[in-house]
Design a protein around this ligand. Structure first.
Ligand SMILES: [Zn+2]
Length: 272
């Protein structure tokens, strides 16, 4: 049995007997040489050293490494895959960025929704306040508004329209001059959408100022809002003369025939 040298690639160590070599910091790929060998040879390729080879645990990775450094190299080669994976982690960073971006978008949308909701609440609150004020200032009059309602229902029946007879019928005077919405400065309906309720407030100053056809126009207009749930038409010239035209105060020169024509045109439209 010869004596062996081993090398870490820089220095050579030895000579060692096989028993001495066994306890050296060598690996299966460490190159060894002994007298008679023509070149440095990997330990695993030397038949005489098979016992030494079997006493060394196999390498965890396949990267060739030498002597003591093998253990030092291992963590570096462990770390390498992480660098190789980086191109894959790069897009995930972009995903993180875009998810941050979408979080901001969601946050902004939420703020907008809350703002709109808040605005709607304020608007609704001001409408409630306005309604409360109108109701608080309302009063019964000597005016028999019921004849307009009776006639309205009779006309509807004539056109084959049979709306539910509401349980509650409130038609009162209330000052509406303070309203911002000039469309309803003459009259306001609050029973729209509620089949069991007619609730109409008429501006007393309007009533005093309006002639008979205009009063009919106004009452039918408000009843159409309330009972038929109809909306105002656009204040455009082509809607002038119609019952749901919002500027009824301009109907000064209209007579009862004009009113009847307008009312019947609307009912005919509704009966279709
Ligand atoms: Zn109206």
């Amino acid at each position: 049995m010869g004596k062996y040298f081993y090398t870490d690639g820089k220095e050579k160590y030895g000579p060692y007997s096989i028993e001495e070599l066994r306890i050296q910091p060598i690996s299966r790929t460490t190159k060894v040489w002994c007298y008679g060998m023509d070149k440095w040879t990997e330990l695993s390729q030397v038949a005489e050293l098979s016992n030494v080879l079997n006493s060394i645990p196999p390498e965890i990775n396949t990267t060739p490494s030498i002597g003591k450094e093998s253990s030092a190299v291992e963590p570096k080669t462990e770390a390498e895959p992480i660098h190789k994976v980086e191109p894959k982690t790069q897009p995930s960073k972009e995903i993180k960025k875009s998810s941050t971006f979408s979080k901001w978008v969601i946050a902004i949308i939420v703020v907008i929704i809350i703002s709109l909701f808040g605005y709607a609440v304020i608007q609704n609150q001001s409408e409630v306040n306005q309604y409360n004020e109108i109701v608080a200032n309302s009063y019964d009059s000597d005016e028999d508004f019921d004849i307009y309602v009776q006639k309205f229902y009779r006309d509807l029946e004539f056109y084959g329209i049979f709306p539910k007879k509401p349980k509650v019928q409130i038609i009162k005077f209330s000052k509406l001059d303070q309203l911002d919405n000039t469309t309803h400065i003459h009259g306001l309906s609050f029973g729209s959408g509620d089949d069991d309720r007619i609730e109409i407030y008429i501006n007393p100053s309007t009533w005093k100022q309006f002639n008979k056809p205009m009063r009919y126009f106004l009452m039918y207009h408000e009843l159409a809002h309330d009972v038929l749930n109809l909306d105002d038409l656009e204040p455009k010239s082509w809607n002038e003369g119609k019952l749901m035209y919002p500027a009824i105060s301009s109907y000064e020169n209209k007579n009862m025939d004009d009113f009847i024509e307008s009312a019947h045109a609307l009912f005919e439209e509704q009966s279709e």
